[in-house]
Design a protein around this ligand. Structure first.
Ligand SMILES: [Zn+2]
Length: 135
C-alpha cells in the first residue's frame, strides 16, 4: 500500500500536470474515524468526488492509504496501476464495470493520483477530524 506522501506529488513523467493541481477547488472536505480504526476522508469538487482511507491513527504523510476519485483520469489512466500497488479503495471489478472502453491509456503504467487526489493529499494533514461520537 502506498502512502499519502506518494499521492501528494506527481511522478516525474507526469510533472507537466503540476499546474493543474492549482485549478482544483473543493466544495467539501470531511474526515472521520471509522469502526475499523482507519480515517475516511471524503471530498467533492462539485463534479467529482474523492475518497481516501487512511490506515493510521492520525493523518500523517507517511500513513498508508487507499484512494478513489470518480473522474475520468482516475478511472482510465490510474485505477489499474493503483490497484496493482494495493492502494485502490474500490474493487477493481467496480472500476472495470464503470470503464466501458479505455479512451486514454496510461502508457507508462506508473502509479499516480489524478490532480484531485494530488490536491486532496496535500491538504489532508490539515483536515480537522470530526470528534468521535460518545458511546
Ligand atoms: Zn480525479
Amino acid at each position: 500500500m502506498l502512502t499519502l506522501s506518494y499521492f501528494s506529488k506527481f511522478p516525474s513523467v507526469y510533472k507537466d500536470r503540476e499546474p493543474s493541481v492549482k485549478e482544483v477547488s473543493f466544495v467539501s472536505i470531511e474526515a472521520e474515524r471509522t469502526e475499523n480504526k482507519t480515517i475516511f476522508i471524503r471530498s467533492s469538487t462539485g463534479k467529482y468526488k474523492q475518497e481516501i482511507e487512511i490506515f493510521d491513527k492520525d493523518i500523517h504523510l507517511n500513513s498508508p492509504c487507499k484512494v478513489f476519485c470518480s473522474c475520468e483520469s482516475f478511472k482510465y489512466e490510474f485505477a489499474n496501476s493503483i490497484f496493482r500497488s494495493g492502494s485502490l479503495l474500490q474493487s477493481i471489478s467496480f472500476i472495470r464495470s464503470i470503464v466501458s472502453r479505455p479512451k486514454k491509456k496510461n502508457e507508462y503504467n506508473i502509479v499516480s493520483g489524478c490532480k484531485h487526489l494530488v490536491a486532496l493529499s496535500r491538504q489532508a494533514t490539515k483536515i480537522k477530524l470530526k470528534k468521535l461520537k460518545e458511546e
